[in-house]
Design a protein around this ligand. Structure first.
Ligand SMILES: [Zn+2]
Length: 80
């Protein structure tokens, strides 16, 4: 049983060393072009109002709340 355990540990160690060596070779200028590492992020679209929820002042206290909400829900609001 100890023999199998040694083989497993050796395999994990060899794999770790192999991956570390590959990473170092890439850092030191491997044969991989740097532009193919990651695709460029998609361009950020301008805000169209769909993401950010519109707000309007509460008719009772003036606190800006969501348009979908009828009232702010504050305990000290005269609207409630
Ligand atoms: Zn209010």
């Amino acid at each position: 049983m100890g023999f199998i355990l040694k083989i497993v540990i050796f395999g994990v160690a060899a794999y770790t060393i192999w991956k570390t060596a590959n990473r170092w070779f890439n850092l030191l200028g491997g044969n991989r072009p740097p532009t193919a590492a990651a695709p460029p992020p998609p361009p950020v679209r301008p805000m169209q109002g769909s993401r950010v929820e519109d707000t309007h002042p509460c008719p009772g206290c003036g606190t800006y709340i969501s348009v979908s909400a009828a009232k702010c829900g504050r305990p000290d609001c005269p609207q409630t």
